[in-house]
Design a protein around this ligand. Structure first.
Ligand SMILES: [Zn+2]
Length: 87
């Protein structure tokens, strides 16, 4: 069984020192950067986008149903807070 839309990459990025961190957005929501101390690595706005994107993905996957192992039927999504990815 496979979902039609999968999140294959999550990039958690500090806008101040540009360090990237492992994990998922909720892990870093309103947390300070451990490298430089900048506040809110994942802001309320980032978190809202993450939650809405996931709700949309889940609804679409439920509507589309199982796409099996057909790689052409699977859409891969990246979530990133890095500035070069959000412009
Ligand atoms: Zn930082």
């Amino acid at each position: 069984m496979a979902d039609a839309i999968t999140i294959t990459e999550v990039r958690i990025h500090c806008d101040t020192c540009h360090h990237e961190f492992p994990g998922q957005p909720p892990d870093w929501h309103n947390k300070d950067c451990p490298k430089c101390g900048a506040p809110d690595i994942i802001t309320d706005r980032d978190m809202a986008i993450w939650l809405h994107m996931n709700a949309l993905r889940e609804a679409a996957n439920e509507w589309i149903g199982d796409v099996g192992e057909n790689p052409e039927a699977i859409m891969h999504v990246t979530f990133s807070t890095a500035p070069e990815d959000t412009q």
